[in-house]
Design a protein around this ligand. Sequence first.
Ligand code: DAH
Length: 343
Amino acid sequence: METYETLRTIEQDALAELAEVQDEKDLDAWRVKYLGRKGLATQAIKRLRDLPPEERPAYGQAVNALKERLQHAFEERQEALKQRAMEAELRAEAFDPTLPGRRPPVGRYHPSNLILREITDIFKQMGFQVFDAPEVETDEYNFELLNIPAGHPARDMWDTFYTTNEGQLLRTHTSPGQIWAMRQFAPEPIRVILPGKCYRYEQVTPRSEMMFHQVEGLAIGHHITFADLKGTVVNFVRQMFGPERKLRFRCSHFPFTEPSVEVDMDCILCGGKGCRVCKYTGWLEIMGAGMVHPVVLRNGGYDPEEYTGFAFGMGPERIAMLKHGIEDIRYFFSNDIRFLSQF
Ligand code: DAH
């Protein structure tokens, strides 16, 4: 019986000591002391020799059972210590797992691109395709071929950035793209829109920037009339600004169209009564347009006796300003996230 007494003592001591163990190092020392090859529980098997043979199996089982219980207690303690260490670490880092995660900043489309997409979507429905033309242009394409010869007073409408290469400039409008499109497709009928950047050597003000976008439109074919231009523009404006919009076509002059008009729509803010946005006129100017001038048709490769066409040009930033009540065009290009993230 004394042998079993010893086993119990070993177990009690072991468990009492284990409860005191506070770290990995002490835990390992404990394991060596009791469960190691020379550990007390392991060595207890040696008592077998002192027992009569018939008692040996029972004693052997008792020693094994003790070792299992100690092993189990060891693992539990090990797990508890690990848990405690993790909690301490979390507390030290002041990590609060209940806080919401930080949202990674997500990019978005620039408001100019958004409005360009809206505009092109509307014209695509009407069978227009998008055509790309160069931003670095020649005097010939930007002016001459559009019926604006050197020295023509109409050139005053476009203050130009010239490059140091003779005759090379940054396009002042998307209209030279008309020539590129015509020369690519003539004599096929065409319906294209040309969205893109333009540059003007101008004072930057709330209403004008040095760089901005335009969307040019061009339709050429047989029997195209001013009524087609009106229908196209009316459909566009009503899709963009609402079905109740009224339009006004006012006589104007552009060298590349004849007749030429400027298109006004009734003010979306005051509905035509007059307010600050429409400068108390009740109308907002949204684009220039007209029937393609015979000289321009010919420069593009179309016989003006056989073909007619219409063209228009608008500023998408201006369209977006009207749509969203933005008061200063400079917001578009000053890269202020507080502005850009609103779209
Ligand atoms: N290119 C003109 C401008 O920049 C706008 C314009 C007017 C374009 C009439 C056209 C048009 O195609 O027919 O001011």
